[in-house]
Ligand binder design. Structure first.
Ligand code: NCD
Ligand code: ZN
Length: 335
């Protein structure tokens, strides 16, 4: 049987939520990943030192049987340097959301006034805290990411020492931006390596494939595949696995988010094998992130094998991507 081994997989964009949901989903990621960048969009958002420490403790309590490193983040607002100094050792990045653009982002940034943001962003540059960005405007849904490119340019030019991560990129425009500025990096999800808008709304409307940013056009998918499959050195895997209870996905008004945590590595193997690029998967799913973030996860070895695996219909209250369907790779062992 064909097998493939991955060392220290990292999920550089992950929603673990809180409470019962955290207890349900955190073990699924901790089983097969060494660590993950934990998104701060709780209600209320994670934005004090106490919040970060307490949330980290709740995550650790939810994964008692696995070694897993939660790389914590703060929810961006304009912070002063003294505060950032006090929190720097506890966080790996700060996540910026434009106000109201996605789930639980109401307290985000409502105007990108560089002078108002300067103190925070200069302090982050000095303290070497990367800025992760949800890059969408409130324009027409298919153009939101492309419209945000001018804001990425503004940030990249004004803060050349700040590492800026374009989160969950979905467009050719964002791929092209990567090579334009030294300090721009990106995460890519597994679902955006598989889907276009057609898969979401082209036939029956598929609530479990609906997320923000929405999957785009075939040429965007091709651009994402080209940088992921070649493990472009500025690109990292970030699942953006975003669980919502089934009733919030299958009701009138579907919450945005695709839940992929338990099948992400299997799907990545399938995609990289399909294009004969399995040799590049290690860089995409771990080594690039280790280098970009300067992190050093503890040893974990995941072996996958090529055999059909039927994705469960539910993980407790959450329906995963491809629920009930067979995918072509399965996890064989974790050491
Ligand atoms: C995320 C969530 O549910 O928290 N939703 C999503 O569609 N990706 C938020 C986000 O990353 O935009
Ligand atoms: Zn997200």
């Amino acid at each position: 049987m064909k097998t493939h081994t991955i060392l220290m997989p990292l999920d550089m964009h992950l929603h673990l939520r809180d409470g019962v949901m955290l207890e349900n989903v955190a073990p699924l990621t901790a089983y097969s990943f060494s660590g993950g960048i934990i998104m701060p969009n709780l209600v209320p958002p994670v934005n004090t030192l106490e919040d970060v420490k307490a949330y980290r403790a709740r995550i650790m309590a939810a994964v008692p049987n696995d070694f897993f490193e939660p790389y914590m983040t703060l929810f961006y607002r304009n912070y002063d340097k003294a505060f950032l100094q006090s929190v720097a050792d506890e966080i790996t990045a700060i996540k910026l959301y434009p106000a109201g653009i996605t789930t639980n982002s109401e307290g985000g940034v409502s105007s990108f006034d560089i002078e108002e943001m300067r103190e925070t962003l200069e302090a982050m540059s000095d303290l070497e805290i990367p800025l992760c960005v949800h890059g969408e405007t409130d324009g027409f849904v298919m153009d939101r990411e492309a419209e945000f490119m001018s804001i990425y340019e503004l940030l990249a030019k004004n803060f050349p020492k700040l590492k800026i991560i374009m989160e969950h990129i979905t467009t050719k425009d964002a791929v092209e931006m990567l090579d334009k500025y030294e300090n721009l990096y990106a995460t890519i999800t597994v679902h955006h390596l598989l889907l276009t808008l057609d898969d979401v709304i082209g036939g029956m409307m598929m609530p479990h494939l609906f997320c923000k940013p929405i999957a785009k056009r075939p040429e965007d998918l091709d651009a994402l595949l080209s940088v992921a499959l070649s493990a472009h050195p500025k690109v990292m895997f970030g699942s953006d696995s975003a669980p919502h209870p089934q009733h919030k996905k299958e009701s009138c008004g579907c919450a945005a988010g695709v839940f992929t945590a338990p099948i992400a590595l299997q799907l990545l193997c399938e995609i990289f094998e399909q294009y004969d690029k399995l040799d590049n998967l290690q860089d995409f799913v771990s080594d690039n992130a280790q280098r970009i973030y300067g992190i050093c996860p503890e040893f974990k070895e995941i072996t996958l094998e090529k055999r059909p695996f039927v994705v469960p219909e539910h993980y407790s209250s959450v329906v995963p991507m491809y629920a009930g369907e067979a995918i072509n790779w399965a996890i064989a062992s974790v050491d």
